[in-house]
Design a protein. Structure first.
Length: 488
């Protein structure tokens, strides 16, 4: 793909950012037949897109807020994603436990409306359960004062693996998608954006890329790119951090997730089975500093442990946390300080110089976001009116043996094989790529990931033809990141 940079004189669409939004846009554009190139400064999904709650959902919370349009759109996308990526998305049962007299009726009716809104793409009917039925499905719930529960269905997925699968699908449609290629400046002729400057981080080589359209899909870094376009740009992103804690399955027992509809700060809290562990989260903390590796704050960790402890018979302690991770929501600014109330709808704008920016939204709606932004590019840049092709497009890997998610207990031969596959088919270039996003070892058990990192570095070095110095550097780099996934 790197060779194509040199041979192509001008691209139709150049995308900055390799998270859900950028990768989805690359796939949409390439599937319509446009000459498409995407640059990601780190690894695909290194940003927010590997740090979600792992739900493909309409958003019960947005229903509570009365945001019908967003919920309808997300429910439609949920259904399509389950059809197009059955290898990475599954139908997950959730229970809303009821401890107050009015909750059964209130959530029972709300979730029936949620079912109806999904229409033909629904995942199953919600049900009102007795106390006994609720405890049978989630034996770990605290039985004291429990009155019953409401069962409903939503989608669950592996976010980083889906990102890789979208990148592979885009590449299969002739898009060029490159990780470790930071965009450092925009190319302009007569005040119109006509391309980007990028650097290959691994070789240091710089490239001037010409493109008819440039799309900024950089999530929480949106404002940095907009400032490259206009130095006077005023921020549009209101960053909000959310963290998750990962604990062993014994804390929930069984395969049914729980959804706590209202925490002290008016949020929804989830405990969701994921790859044989439980993901607990999340928080909503307004922040000012944006980094590629955000770190969970002590008060966020305490908040989750305290709240989830109220609902489980065995309260998880800090020492039970196997991994923790933080992500930053690229929320669009509004005149509100409480980020939990900001819209998750996406936002698309085009600057005076012609750069298109897309931000906000949710993982669940990435396909619709991509369609909207490519539709706009077609309209504004007089491209041939090629129709969106992604509605029924099966994603790469849907008919293949799934890649491994944890590698703690596999043989050395298997590890070698998986590393080779990650390098040759999934653009894996570092120990962190392999342990955090090709497998999810770091997100599931940080200590196990640290323990296996030297072996991974050794096998990766064989495939990538690297030396001892590289191995040592890789282990150090990985440990510096991984230490923040381990509770103190
Ligand atoms: C805590 C939390 C929980 C969430 N849970 C869910 C959920 O369960 N379900 C759901 O649907 N949604 C969820 N979301 C929302 C969802 O994760 C995000 O909306 C989505 O991942 C945003 O994707 P993105 O591509 O816009 O941003 P990102 O994933 O951040 O991607 C932007 C990319 O741009 C790259 N970039 C930046 N600058 C440059 C540059 N100069 N050159 C090249 N590349 C650059 C970055 O490195 C980054 O990889 C959650 C979000 C958070 C924070």
């Amino acid at each position: 793909m790197i060779h194509q940079i040199e041979s192509m004189s001008e691209w139709d669409i150049c995308i900055i950012g390799g998270g859900a939004t950028g990768l989805g846009t690359a796939l949409d554009a390439a599937a319509r037949g446009f000459k498409t190139i995407l640059f990601e400064q780190h690894d695909f999904a290194k940003g927010t897109s590997s740090r979600s709650t792992k739900l493909v959902h309409g958003g019960v919370r947005y229903l509570q807020q009365g945001n019908i349009k967003l919920v309808m759109e997300a429910l439609r996308e949920r259904g399509l994603l389950l059809k197009n990526a059955p290898h990475l998305v599954s139908n997950q049962k959730f229970i809303v436990p009821n401890y107050k007299w009015w909750e059964k009726t209130f959530y029972g009716i709300g979730l029936k409306i949620y079912d109806k809104m999904a229409g033909k793409l629904g995942l199953g009917s919600s049900e009102i359960l007795s106390k006994e039925e609720t405890l049978q499905l989630v034996p770990a719930l605290d039985p004291e004062d429990l009155r019953g529960g409401v069962l409903y269905h939503d989608g669950q997925f592996d976010d980083a693996r889906l990102a890789i699968s979208i990148a592979q699908t885009a590449a299969a449609h002739n898009a060029v998608v490159l990780n470790y290629f930071p965009v450092s400046a925009l190319l302009k002729i007569e005040d119109k954006v006509c391309g980007v400057w990028v650097k290959d981080s691994l070789t240091g080589k710089e490239y001037e890329i010409k493109s008819k359209v440039v799309i900024n899909a950089t999530g929480v870094f949106t404002d940095d790119i907009m400032r490259m376009d206009n130095v006077k740009h005023q921020n549009i992103i209101n960053p909000s951090q959310g963290i998750h804690l990962v604990v062993d399955k014994e804390f929930l027992k069984g395969d049914v997730a729980i959804m706590i509809p209202r925490t002290d700060d008016g949020r929804v809290l989830f405990a969701v089975p994921w790859h044989n562990k439980i993901v607990l989260g999340t928080t909503d903390t307004p922040i000012t500093a944006i980094t590629a590796e955000p770190i969970p704050m002590e008060e966020e960790i305490t908040f989750i442990l305290k709240h989830i402890g109220r609902y489980l018979s065995k309260d998880p302690q800090l020492s039970d946390v196997k991994s923790m991770f933080a992500g930053i929501r690229p929320l669009i600014k509004a005149n509100s300080k409480n980020t939990a109330a900001l819209s998750r709808e996406h936002y698309i704008t085009i600057s005076a110089s012609g750069m298109i920016t897309i931000a906000g939204g949710k993982w669940t709606t990435y396909r619709k976001m991509a369609k909207d932004v490519v539709d706009l590019a077609i309209e504004k840049f007089d491209f041939a009116d090629m129709k969106c092709m992604t509605r029924n497009l099966k994603l790469y890997g849907h008919d293949m043996e799934p890649s491994p998610i944890v590698i703690g207990s596999i043989s050395d031969d298997e590890l070698k094989t998986f590393i080779k596959k990650a390098v040759t088919q999934e653009m894996c270039l570092t120990v962190e790529d392999f342990l955090a996003r090709r497998t999810r070892q770091l997100f599931l058990d940080a200590q196990k990931a640290i323990d296996i990192a030297p072996k991974v570095a050794f096998y990766l070095a064989e495939d990538l033809k690297k030396d001892q110095v590289w191995i040592k550097e890789q282990i150090n780099n990985f440990n510096a990141v991984a230490v923040n996934y381990k509770p103190a």
